[in-house]
Write a protein that binds this ligand. Structure first.
Ligand SMILES: Cc1ncc(COP(=O)(O)O)c(C=O)c1O
Length: 393
């Protein structure tokens, strides 16, 4: 496509799309491995994988082949029928789940996976209140928004679901004081949108105990953390296993998918026919998902993510710069909190050929494809440092 046509496409987006996202001035047209290309042919090192989605990078041959084959076989098969691709995906996911947490339902996004989790928690407990964490992020649909902490996302749409209370992330006593007769406690084991903040193992195990004592269900939102932190699931760092887990972003390397996994105990109490989704669990997405799970489930996958992530974090921590407040991370979920607005740094990085994303206003966040190696993360750290220097004056 010529550059002129691409420019017109950007104008059309500008004119007709509701302004829900601040655009980043480039038109991405192609991806290959850890690189993205814009309409001028400029190459960018992708250190954000489209917000944690393209975990195997772009145009991964195994995923592309699975999609190609399935697209010419069967794209859509409603869940009221059995389907071979769906069955294979379920089998592959089940093999990665801990004992007792293996019943699942399908959706098409993270927020929808959360909606289902909230409904199942109500159905299974007969209660309705939900405790979540400040600065936690669970999506923008009404239920997910009701448990999302950020006030600016909530205010225009209030009143939200009744009975949803937020407590400070990391504060077990605050959760204890608030839990009462709640149906569920929902949180990310490592908060993503708020800037990569990990719950300590003691905190997460404490919440597990609190849930057991009070009859609330513990929901871990692993939409951003799955496969990324050096273990398959983020909760593995704590040993606290949830009753319900929500999954989405990385599962199909970019095709829309959401999965809500529930324990056998919860599954028994979810009434048959009580939830559904037309596109959920469609064969195309499941075929892509099966290809992803075959790779992220390999024995050396998690250790490699942990090792490259630790190297990246160490390299970022070695940067001595007065504007850096803190470097945080686990595996390849990494953030650098600055003492100033992160936007000019992100823009300079983009100009210098590296794409990262913000978390809040002052944090630069890196969610690279999980196939990056030392050379890629070293380059990203170099460009980050240069970009930080360039906006200093
Ligand atoms: C932890 C978490 N939960 C839920 C969501 C919502 O996912 P989606 O944007 O697919 O609805 C996100 C999105 O960033 C997320 O990070």
């Amino acid at each position: 496509m010529s550059q002129q046509v691409e420019a017109r496409m950007a104008e059309i987006e500008e004119r007709y799309e509701l302004p829900l996202y601040k655009k980043r001035d480039i038109t991405l047209v192609r991806g290959e491995g850890v690189y993205l290309f814009d309409d001028t042919g400029k190459r960018y090192l992708d250190m954000m994988s489209n917000y944690g989605v393209a975990v195997l990078g772009h145009a991964h041959p195994a995923v592309t082949a699975a999609i190609d084959t399935q697209a010419s076989t069967l794209i859509s098969a409603h869940q009221s029928f059995y389907n071979d691709a769906r069955g294979r995906f379920i089998q592959a996911l089940e093999a990665l789940l801990p004992d007792g947490l293996r019943q699942m339902s399908f959706a098409n996004s993270g927020a929808e996976a959360v909606e289902a989790a909230l409904k199942y928690a109500r159905a299974a407990t007969g209660r309705h209140r939900v405790i979540s964490t400040r600065r936690g992020y669970h999506g923008r649909t009404m239920g997910a928004l009701s448990v999302t902490g950020e006030q600016k996302h909530r205010t225009p749409f209030e009143p939200l679901l009744a009975g949803c209370d937020q407590v400070a992330f990391g504060d077990l006593e605050a959760a204890r004081g608030c839990v009462g007769d709640a149906a569920a406690i929902i949180l990310e084991p490592i908060q993503g949108e708020s800037g990569v903040r990990a719950g300590t193992p003691e905190y997460l195990r404490g919440l597990r105990q609190l849930a057991d004592e009070t009859g609330a269900l513990l929901i871990f939102d692993e939409v951003q953390t799955a496969f990324r932190t050096g273990t398959t699931w983020g909760f593995e760092h704590s040993g606290a296993v949830p009753d319900i887990m929500t999954l989405s972003k990385p599962l199909a390397n970019g095709l829309p998918i959401g999965v809500t996994v529930v324990s056998d105990r919860v599954a028994e109490k979810v009434p048959a026919g009580s939830h559904g989704s037309t596109f959920g669990g469609n064969p195309l997405v499941c075929a892509a998902g099966e290809a992803v799970l075959a790779i992220v489930g390999l024995p050396d996958f998690n250790p490699r993510v942990a090792e490259v992530g630790a190297h990246f974090i160490e390299r970022l921590r070695s940067i001595e710069h007065p504007l850096i407040r803190e470097v945080r991370g686990m595996g390849l979920m990494v953030a650098v909190e600055l003492k100033r607005n992160a936007s000019p740094v992100l823009q300079a990085m983009q100009q210098n050929g590296v794409l990262a994303i913000p978390a809040g206003s002052t944090t630069v966040r890196f969610l690279p494809p999980l196939i990056v190696d030392h050379q890629h993360v070293d380059h990203a750290a170099d460009v980050f440092e240069q970009s930080l220097n360039s906006v200093r004056t």
